[in-house]
Ligand binder design. Structure first.
Ligand code: SF4
Length: 192
């Protein structure tokens, strides 16, 4: 098995990438570094769920540094006006720390669970990971896990995992709430 450092955004999104990477011959160690998650209580809730799951599965979890002040400086000023630029900066902060940890701990391969969610900017995320991994001399393991997202949803529900309904930052919480309201309105309209 090839050791691999897997940056994880939450427990539900870790389920399928871990399973699929293991099937491929990788031995994932999970790395948590998500200073984007707001508020603090939400951050703690997602981390606690990931700790529980890793412990139950016997997966090593590295809790890396999280610089929320750096996130506020580098990402928050972009705000809601340019999601691609905002998320690129956000992925950059988190994956740079994951790659730094991978290098420090002697890993040669690195990946992220962000690649399972259809709500993430897949190409942007991969682009950032390829660049950052390369700068540390690491091999980025780029996989499209999105076809397994429904399976991840099902399994996480069966396991009674905590499942959030927004990506992580305050902007994504507002955007997700607006999307839900729009869908509700469209459903109401279609029933008229
Ligand atoms: S939407 Fe998600 S990836 Fe984008 S800036 Fe917010 S927390 Fe980061």
């Amino acid at each position: 098995m090839t050791p691999l450092l897997l940056h994880a955004c939450c427990a539900p999104c870790s389920l399928e990438p871990v399973r699929l990477l293991m099937e491929e011959g990788f031995a994932p160690t999970i790395c948590w570094t998500n200073p984007n998650i707001q508020p603090k209580q939400e951050h703690e809730r997602r981390l606690a769920e990931l700790r529980r799951w890793c412990s139950a599965e016997g997966i090593v979890l590295i809790e890396a540094d999280e610089d929320s002040a750096a996130w506020e400086r580098a990402v928050a000023p972009i705000g809601a006006r340019d999601r691609e630029r905002r998320c690129r900066a956000c992925y950059g902060l988190r994956l740079a720390e994951a790659c730094r940890v991978a290098k420090r701990e002697g890993f040669t391969h690195v990946a992220t669970t962000l690649a399972v969610s259809p709500y993430q900017l897949f190409e942007t995320c991969n682009d950032v990971l390829v660049r950052l991994a390369g700068s540390q001399g690491l091999t980025p393991v780029i996989r499209d896990f999105r076809p397994w997202y429904p399976q991840a949803t099902l399994r996480s529900r069966e396991l009674g995992m905590y499942r959030q309904n927004y990506c992580g930052c305050r902007f994504s919480a507002a955007e997700a709430a607006m999307d839900r309201a729009r869908l509700r309105d469209e459903r109401k309209e279609s029933r008229k």
